[in-house]
Ligand binder design. Structure first.
Ligand SMILES: Nc1nc2c(c(=O)[nH]1)N[C@H]1C(S)=C(S)[C@@H](COP(=O)(O)O)O[C@H]1N2
Ligand SMILES: [Mo]
Length: 322
């Protein structure tokens, strides 16, 4: 194609017409760009998201790939319901650092769960900071299928990979004064846009009594569905406390701290009468705004009766007998 200035007609076009045509072209180009940007924005926020996109966008190059899938612990090989579809679990997540809606997969791109360190500190004889590369190899990884119940009444059943929280705590040698364990998530508003709202008590924090934290069920997960955690599920390392409402299971943890006092927690600070510290799943105690009698399974939308302690009474009911 020849350069426009070499076209003979150009000599014949009056200057005014050239200018107005240029202005028109400029206006049209800006208009097209605006429409394009609008469509791209619309597509970014409203596209349904294929399974590939939802799962792929959450992948991070986390360490320990050769360790997955880990052998399933026969004591936790199955639950009373089928496993939730992996993409359906990844499409509907709670991670308020990134979004106040469930489609966290749309906003998770900037999150960099690597490099990552986890500090075990506070009232312990042997405090230690683990690099995530060391943490995945510090304790034998195993797979466990657990029920998960969010306080909002949705539920899932997923295979987690990780190790008992008790292993991590024991290796730090808690001092006799230690009575609680506090979990602190990351704080990085540059990667997690929701954290720009500093009127909220970031970083996300949670807590357990030491007796709860050393219960066989309390689990540190580095993986899910046989591979490292997706970003939206709390990569590279999270807590899983299956007999309590999901908000107790803090994601993307950077610090585990033993304390002598009950720690403040994110949701309990925001709304104490809605989210108590203990937060055991209990169908007989309604949330102030909704019933807890039933739950909806992600993926199938099946409605099931909620279970006391989410069905884990055999493991934990002795902790709460008065
Ligand atoms: N740091 C952090 N941890 C968090 C949350 C959060 O917003 N931030 N949401 C909690 C809630 S309400 C639930 S139900 C579970 C959800 O885990 P999932 O999204 O991987 O299913 O994570 C919990 N851990
Ligand atoms: Mo939740």
């Amino acid at each position: 194609m020849s350069h426009p200035s070499s076209l003979p007609e150009r000599e014949l076009t009056p200057e005014k017409a050239v200018l107005s045509r240029r202005r028109w072209l400029k206006g049209t180009a800006i208009g097209a760009l605006a429409v394009g940007a609008g469509l791209a924005g619309w597509w970014h926020w409203f596209r349904p998201g294929s399974d590939r996109e939802v799962l792929g966008g959450g992948q991070a190059d986390l360490p320990g790939k050769g360790l997955y899938p880990a052998a399933r612990n026969s004591r936790f090989a199955e639950v009373d319901r089928s496993l939730t579809n992996e993409a359906e679990a990844a499409r509907y997540t709670n991670f308020y650092e990134f979004s106040w809606s469930k489609d966290v997969w749309r906003s998770i791109g900037p999150f960099q769960p690597l490099p990552w360190k986890v500090e075990v500190a506070g009232l312990v004889a042997k405090p230690r900071t683990y690099d995530i590369d060391d943490l995945v190899r510090a304790f034998p990884l195993e797979e466990r299928v657990y029920r998960h119940r969010c306080v909002e009444a949705w539920a899932m059943a997923v295979p987690w990979t990780g190790f008992p929280l008790a292993d991590l705590l024991k290796s730090a040698e808690p001092l006799p004064a230690a009575k609680y364990v506090r979990f602190v998530s990351f704080d990085n508003p540059r990667q997690a846009s929701g954290q720009n709202n500093r009127s909220q008590p970031w970083p996300y924090t949670e807590g357990l009594t030491l007796a709860e934290a050393t219960n066989e069920l309390a689990f540190i997960a580095t993986g899910m569905y046989g591979h490292p955690l997706l970003k939206q599920h709390g990569a590279p390392v999270r807590l899983v406390v299956p007999w309590k409402y999901g908000f107790k299971s803090a994601k993307s943890i950077v610090r585990v701290e033993l304390t002598d006092k009950q720690p403040a927690t994110f949701w309990n600070t925001i709304s104490p009468h809605e989210y108590d510290f203990e937060a055991n799943v209990n169908p007989d105690v309604p949330h102030p705004r909704w019933s807890q009698e039933h739950e909806r399974m992600l993926g199938t939308d099946a409605i099931r009766p909620s279970l006391l302690y989410n069905g884990y009474g055999e493991w934990v009911s002795h902790l709460y007998r008065t």
